[in-house]
Design a protein around this ligand. Structure first.
Ligand SMILES: C[S@@+](CC[C@H](N)C(=O)[O-])C[C@H]1O[C@@H](n2cnc3c(N)ncnc32)[C@H](O)[C@@H]1O
Length: 244
């Protein structure tokens, strides 16, 4: 049996810092929400479709799945449709975005999907609750300390052996992506470059995930996965699993 490994310390941020960020996000997405679904007009032409890719990357056996920063619930719905036997939870701070998500799951009659209001840096869930956690274009909204705290929280709420699946902005991979990248620069925060290339996989690895993979053949985006290793607890009371 393998001995216990040390977990990285979870990223910590002050309550004041968290609150300032929360207010910024809520203000920003109250403004964006009325227009946010316009992205649905463009996305069907993007191949591969980023949201479908996230949904398809979730393990077929996962029964309890969290979509963090669910926003308009497009990924939440894509997972709930593909995994009717699973319970799928969407978490987001913005009431206006969550009302888009609520309308979507009602319209599609997805009784296995539910919405929660909350902060991804302090998730309202017990340790090791979910078999899979997904995140689609949420991390780039966060400055680095908040972003690290959010990935640490995803690690905490995932069960050992569970998979994190995140997609977010990347640098242009092909010439035709460059004009869109230039337009993106005008609307997205300066720090998004920290996620490009090795940035996102390193962030996931830094939170303690193993077997980290990266896929970059996606329009201006990168899909990263990681597995929470097969042990439980913090280093001082680490209990190796029987099968590790
Ligand atoms: C660009 S939208 C992405 C929405 C959706 N996942 C998608 O793929 O279209 C980012 C979302 O992240 C949410 N968000 C950002 N920071 C958050 C936090 N700390 N906790 C919860 N939600 C957060 C915002 O409210 C917003 O709905």
């Amino acid at each position: 049996m393998a001995g216990p490994k040390n977990l990285p310390e979870p990223a910590s941020i002050t309550e004041e810092r968290r609150e300032t960020f929360r207010r910024d996000v809520m203000r920003t997405f109250a403004r964006y929400a009325p227009f946010y679904n316009l992205v649905e007009v463009v996305l069907p032409f993007v191949r591969p479709n980023p949201r479908i890719l996230v949904a398809e990357t979730v393990d077929a056996e996962a029964r309890s799945i969290l979509d963090a920063c669910t926003g308009n619930g497009a990924v939440l719905a894509a997972i709930a449709r593909r995994r009717p036997a699973a319970s799928v939870f969407g978490l987001d701070l913005s009431p206006e975005m969550l009302s888009l998500a609520t309308r979507r799951i009602q319209r599609e009659g997805l009784t296995n999907a539910q919405i929660h209001t909350g902060d991804c840096t302090r998730m309202p869930f017990e340790d090791e609750t979910f078999d899979a956690v997904t995140g689609s274009y949420g991390l780039h909204e966060m400055p680095s300390d908040i972003r690290r705290a959010a990935v640490s929280e995803a690690f905490r709420v995932l069960r050992s052996g569970g998979r994190l699946v995140v997609i977010d902005w990347d640098e242009p991979h092909r010439f035709i992506e460059r004009p869109v990248a230039a337009a993106r620069k005008a609307v997205e925060p300066d720090w998004i470059g920290e996620l490009f290339g090795d940035g996102l996989p390193e962030l996931v690895r830094g939170a303690g995930f193993e077997d980290v993979t990266s896929r970059r053949d996606i329009f201006l985006s990168q899909l990263v996965t990681g597995i929470k290793p097969g042990w439980v607890g913090r280093p001082e009371h680490c209990i190796p699993r029987e099968d590790t």
